[in-house]
Design a protein around this ligand. Structure first.
Ligand code: UDP
Ligand code: MG
Length: 308
């Protein structure tokens, strides 16, 4: 029941059976102490373990817990949007199930909201422990996506508090493959930031492999930016410039009678043009497949069960 100041906490959970109870208890303790009315929505993203059973048990114990279960794994963004759709609060908070987003900060975020901020963004004070390759790829990804969105995303996270207005603005976005972290900044509204230290994951493992991270990066860059397509034109211009110079040189040789050398040049040109063309076609093809996905207009997720 919305009292006009209720906080809906949305927690996407994928194979987190051992975290559900603990996460709930931690949050419950902090919010009860601070007299913040809340509901928690656990979104089970097609887990293969007992995550949803744990959520169901919890919803029987506590009237504040709701659960949604997907028919299969649809990804974290889909889970966040399912949570937004079911949230009844005047504001909502999105956080991970593994307590890497410190729940101790929720009261502070909530108070910022009460002061009138409509979006409170948790910003990573540091990126936590990551290896060199991960840091490098993350930096590349964030500098590209920051340029595409015009928002500094290098320290952005999904740990955010949104006012009902921002939630509604997000929910009317028809995108099939939404990138929550960027969209929630893109919608605007009165925003403030709150730095936090990324905690260590105590239980379970991170769900990201190198491959899934790469897919995630490409998907989100292309959903926010047409820049890679402009890269195709840029490559075209560079090749054109090179061809003018080589063309002049070849004609000069022809007229001075020193032609018929340059076999290496021909081979190199073939290879360069071939690879540039293929890369370009790949980029364009990727956008076409994104258009195809959007136009099919399939639902973002399918719910199989609910509780609470
Ligand atoms: N998650 C999800 N669906 C997925 C992968 C992850 O709902 O397909 C959830 C996961 O349960 C966790 C959050 O998203 O609550 C962050 O995932 P994880 O901790 O694996 O990522 P990391 O913290 O390593 O970036
Ligand atoms: Mg995590």
């Amino acid at each position: 029941m919305s009292t006009g100041r209720e906080l809906s906490i949305i927690i996407p959970s994928y194979n987190e059976q051992d975290n559900i109870q603990r996460t709930f208890q931690t949050i419950d303790e902090i919010l009860t102490q601070n007299h913040i009315p809340y509901e928690i929505i656990f979104v089970d993203d097609g887990s293969k373990d007992l995550t949803f059973t744990r959520i169901q048990e919890l919803s029987l114990q506590s009237g504040q817990v709701k659960g949604i279960s997907f028919s299969r794994n649809f990804g974290k963004e889909a889970a966040i949007f399912a949570g937004l759709e079911s949230a009844g609060g005047a504001c909502c908070l999105i956080m991970d199930c593994d307590l890497q987003h410190p729940p101790q900060l929720i009261p502070e975020m909530y108070h910022l909201w009460q002061e009138g901020y409509e979006v409170v963004e948790g910003i990573k004070a540091s990126r936590g422990k990551e290896n060199l390759l991960h840091t490098f790829s993350a930096n590349t990804f964030y500098s590209l996506i920051s340029r595409a969105t015009g928002i500094d995303m290098s320290r952005a996270s999904d740990f955010k508090l949104l006012d009902r207005k921002a939630m509604d603005a997000l929910l009317i976005m028809p995108e099939r493959a939404p990138f929550f972290r960027a969209l929630s900044s893109w919608v605007g509204f009165k925003t403030t930031i709150l730095p936090f230290e990324v905690q260590e994951r105590d239980i379970g493992v991170s769900k990201w492999s190198v491959w899934s991270l790469t897919k995630y990066a490409v998907q989100n860059i292309t959903s926010f930016s047409g820049a890679p397509m402009q890269l195709v034109s840029l490559l075209g211009f560079i090749m054109f410039f090179a061809s003018v110079i080589l063309g002049i040189q070849s004609l000069y040789r022809y007229f001075t009678g020193t032609a018929l050398e340059g076999f290496t040049t021909v081979i190199l040109l073939q290879l360069i043009i071939g690879s540039v063309l293929m890369i370009s076609l790949g980029i364009i093809g990727h956008y076409i497949s994104r258009i195809y996905d959007e136009i099919k207009a399939r639902p973002r997720y399918i719910i199989s069960k609910r509780c609470g």
